[in-house]
Design a protein. Structure first.
Length: 130
């Protein structure tokens, strides 16, 4: 599953960057964005495995959140916390990418890292990946 490997690689890279010291603001923005997209691709994998075909338009991000709620949260297969972690990661990504008037702080990246792990670990469990 290339999505899982991509997500793991993004996670390892994010951790490695922090080990080198607090990165600059543009790097912090990139880290938040990459964490979101890594989680988002795992969400799409989960939905494709459920037999769904993602739409090919700009609404795909909201579609993924809606379908996760409908197919996984409402059926008890995923916690609200995991689904909401992806939603909050999306908000942080939008802020990092589009709100240059707001500083991207170290705590924003650490929050994104926590949200990523919350979502990824639950998807990992649902997918039965080792």
């Amino acid at each position: 599953m290339q999505e899982i490997e991509f997500a793991r690689a993004v996670w390892r890279l994010t951790e490695a960057i922090f080990e080198l010291g607090v990165p600059s603001e543009p790097i912090r923005r990139m880290m938040v964005s990459r964490l979101y997209y890594a989680a988002y691709h795992v969400a799409l994998l989960l939905l494709r495995n459920a037999g769904l075909t993602p739409p090919i338009d700009r609404s795909i991000h909201q579609w993924a959140l809606n379908e996760l709620r409908r197919r996984f949260v409402n059926t008890g297969r995923m916690s609200w916390a995991a689904r909401n972690a992806l939603r909050e990661l999306r908000r942080l990504r939008n802020q990092a990418d589009y709100r240059l008037d707001l500083r991207a702080r170290e705590r924003d990246v650490r929050r994104a890292m926590h949200l990523f792990r919350t979502f990824f670990d639950e998807c990992h469990r649902i997918l039965g990946v080792t």
